[in-house]
Write a protein that binds this ligand. Structure first.
Ligand code: SF4
Length: 300
């Protein structure tokens, strides 16, 4: 919404202020409805990485991504993705979809593959113990099953050109390698959010808890980044296993699940000292993936 000119000025300010030995990577997350020729030119010229939020085809996307007038935005999103693909090539780094267990997972998977990008990320919707996810039929593995349908198809070769970061991340950690992003890992977090007013925030998705925990109450003008490492909200996520709830500490998947995504652990009663609200799904999914991969290896 800022438009190409304003973004260009923003980039100039960053580059002008930063030390010459800093590596600065610019990236945009967008629904692609406002992609213009000018914006594509800026993306190419400034080497900006772009990821598009889209949940599948129009039917899937309209479940949660109507515009502010309640109208479908999908035609504009699809046109935006096509324009990006044509003009910025590999700088379109992928698609980000939030799963909905009411949808058919393979239909969603195929619909996303049709956009022709090289990667897709599937996210769990943001819920926590005080705002639990909907579970039609009280199926405690419903979210795990949705993921597993896609995993089995993908590992079996369907849309295998796609990198699915969620599965790559899980597989990497299951075989004892590191994670590749900040959710579901015991590795110290290496990110910090600065909002547009200059305030520091912990992971911005913590907003979904409604607890205000994302606000650190500190500002770039008064506080250096290095001094933030001792802030309790940042420090806790540098503690490896020490950040996990008792149940997670003894879980067989503690290194590959790591209590799930931090915001999904929240409750008013215990703050973030809980397993994920998706614990039953994650435990089931990791068990199924482990069994499935072992069986594939036996038959290889
Ligand atoms: S599966 Fe459940 S108990 Fe195990 S680490 Fe994940 S959230 Fe914790």
């Amino acid at each position: 919404m800022a438009g190409a000119d304003r973004l260009e000025r923003f980039i100039e300010i960053f580059l002008g202020e930063a030390r010459s030995d800093f590596l600065i990577i610019f990236a945009i997350q967008t629904n692609a409805t406002l992609i213009t020729d000018e914006l594509c030119e800026l993306i190419r010229h400034r080497n900006i990485q772009v990821s598009v939020s889209v949940d599948g085809n129009q039917k899937h996307n309209d479940l949660h991504r109507l515009d502010h007038r309640g109208k479908s935005s999908h035609v504009r999103t699809a046109a935006g993705i096509a324009k990006l693909k044509e003009t910025v090539g590999e700088q379109l780094s992928g698609l980000l979809a939030v799963m909905d267990i009411k949808t058919d997972p393979l239909e969603v998977f195929d619909a996303l593959a049709q956009y022709g990008t090289t990667s897709v990320e599937f996210l769990l919707p943001h819920h926590n113990w005080d705002k639990p996810p909907p579970r039609p039929g009280d199926d405690e593995h419903a979210y795990g099953k949705w993921y597993f349908e896609i995993f089995k198809a993908w590992i079996g070769g369907r849309n295998s050109h796609l990198d699915i970061r969620f599965f790559t991340h899980i597989l990497s950690q299951l075989v004892g390698n590191g994670g590749i992003y900040e959710a579901m890992t015991l590795a110290p977090i290496t990110l910090l959010t600065v909002n547009t007013a200059g305030g520091y925030e912990a992971v911005d998705c913590i907003k979904s808890t409604g607890s205000g925990a994302h606000h650190l109450g500190l500002h770039v003008k008064e506080t250096s980044v290095s001094s933030l490492l001792t802030h309790p909200a940042i420090e806790v996520r540098q503690k490896g296993e020490g950040q996990l709830a008792p149940k997670c500490q003894t879980c067989r998947f503690k290194t590959s699940c790591a209590g799930g995504y931090y915001p999904h652990r929240y409750s008013v009663a215990n703050s973030f000292n809980n397993p994920s609200v998706y614990c039953s799904d994650l435990y089931w999914l990791l068990s199924e993936i482990t069994t499935h991969v072992k069986a594939l290896n036996r038959h290889a």
